[in-house]
Design a protein around this ligand. Structure first.
Ligand SMILES: [Zn+2]
Length: 83
């Protein structure tokens, strides 16, 4: 067991996506190099809501999910980084 893939906040395997940050962001964020999207911790996030509603990604839903993920990446920048 390496612990990879689990949520660092709630310690479950409810992680839906992991954003790996460039080193410059990681330094500003105090060393954190990954931002995790967790079905439990981020229950109010539109991406989590998408999976809750659809269960999986269907071909016709890829465009919508891609748009939601891009929005999430915009929001997921560490605090203190430039807009
Ligand atoms: Zn979590």
């Amino acid at each position: 067991m390496t612990g990879d893939g689990g949520c660092p906040r709630c310690r479950t395997d409810s992680v839906l996506a992991v954003l790996r940050l460039p080193a410059t962001w990681a330094n500003q964020a105090g060393g954190a190099r990954e931002v995790v999207l967790c079905a439990r911790c981020d229950a109010g996030d539109p991406v989590v809501a998408y999976f809750a509603a659809h269960g999986t990604v269907r071909p016709e839903g890829v465009d919508e999910l891609a748009r939601l993920l891009l929005d999430w990446i915009d929001r997921a920048r560490p605090l203190g980084s430039p807009p």
